[in-house]
Write a new protein. Structure first.
Length: 329
């Protein structure tokens, strides 16, 4: 669970609201893109600086699919052509697994006119068609997809994106692996993307999906650093109302021993029997040297295994040299 600042607005599911997970996601999407989601297709330029940031690719794909279902556009489904390194066709199971790899498009790519997409490869560096660049889909053809960057004017011709080849190594069995090749358009929907893919971008409105949490140090900091002010952030969190785990039942305490009145007072002060040494046959550990006492003149940052011996040798040599100079003078 992420500790959020007090000024950050967030959407959560509680017992009082009684919202399902899908209803919370819909409310989260509308908080970022507005109540009328049909404007995402007609007025795409107004939402060029809006995005939902997720920790994983799977979660970003789920939100993109949900936004597509809420817009209800005319869809164009583009299937990929996959084959193995020996020329055989790829198994459908490998086709689905390959779509979850970062930087590899899905085997079933869903596009529509007016969609906000993201490039997955460097197509033209001089033309600013580089990886993670967001653009708007102008038209979808059988062999090409026309996109227009948000920095371009509507009078400019759209850029044609063809199918290109991707490759990835997939585990075939316990030890062997094989190369899988895929021909597909290097595009994916970019209404939601991962924290890492948003690095270097400055956005006007973001929604941070913090339900799953971050999986590395500084991950959430990257997401919050995409905006300029605190009013541009909306966070989706999940409340956990799980009862505290009950302690495991231990062994029942036995009855307290009753004193024996017949026992003499001398037995009460009798010495205890010697305890057997169970570590008699175990090897003795070497005593660890205290280098802080052996080298008091050396600074603390220099007391390491790599510099102790050279420094000691150098000190001994200097002492010998000084002694020889004094005696010979």
């Amino acid at each position: 669970m992420i500790a959020l600042p007090s000024f950050v607005p967030y959407i959560h599911n509680t017992d009082k609201l009684e919202l399902s997970e899908s209803q919370c996601t819909d409310q989260f999407i509308r908080a970022v893109y507005g109540d009328d989601l049909t404007k995402l297709q007609s007025d795409t330029a107004a939402f060029a600086k809006h995005a939902i940031l997720c920790p994983t690719n799977q979660r970003a794909s789920e939100i993109n699919s949900r936004i597509t279902a809420m817009i209800q556009p005319r869809l164009h489904v583009k299937h990929s052509f996959d084959y193995r390194e020996n020329g055989d066709e790829c198994h459908p199971e490998f086709m689905d697994l390959l779509g979850h790899r970062p930087g590899v498009p899905k085997s079933k790519l869903v596009l529509f006119e007016g969609a906000i997409v993201r490039l997955l490869r460097n197509m033209d560096i001089k033309g600013k068609l580089v990886n993670s660049t967001r653009a708007r889909v102008v038209f979808v053809d059988a062999n090409v997809v026309g996109v227009r960057l948000f920095s371009q004017s509507t009078l400019e011709q759209p850029v044609l994106i063809p199918r290109i080849k991707f490759k990835a190594r997939m585990q075939k069995g316990n030890s062997s692996s094989t190369w899988i090749f895929r021909y597909q358009f290097p595009l994916e929907l970019a209404y939601a993307m991962t924290y890492n893919k948003s690095q270097g971008q400055t956005l006007d409105k973001i929604g941070i999906d913090a339900c799953e949490g971050s999986f590395c140090h500084g991950h959430t900091y990257v997401a919050f650093g995409r905006v300029r002010n605190k009013s541009s952030v909306v966070v989706l969190v999940r409340d956990f109302h799980e009862p505290a785990p009950e302690p495991e039942p231990g062994p029942a305490p036995g009855p307290e021993p009753t004193p024996n009145p017949s026992a003499s007072t001398s037995d009460a002060h009798a010495p205890l029997p010697p305890v057997a040494n169970t570590n008699q046959g175990a090897p003795r550990r070497a005593k660890r040297l205290n280098w802080s006492k052996m080298t008091p003149g050396i600074p603390v940052y220099m007391r390491t295994n790599h510099v102790r011996l050279p420094i000691l040798c150098w000190s001994a040599c200097m002492c010998v040299c000084i002694t020889v100079c004094i005696l010979t003078s």
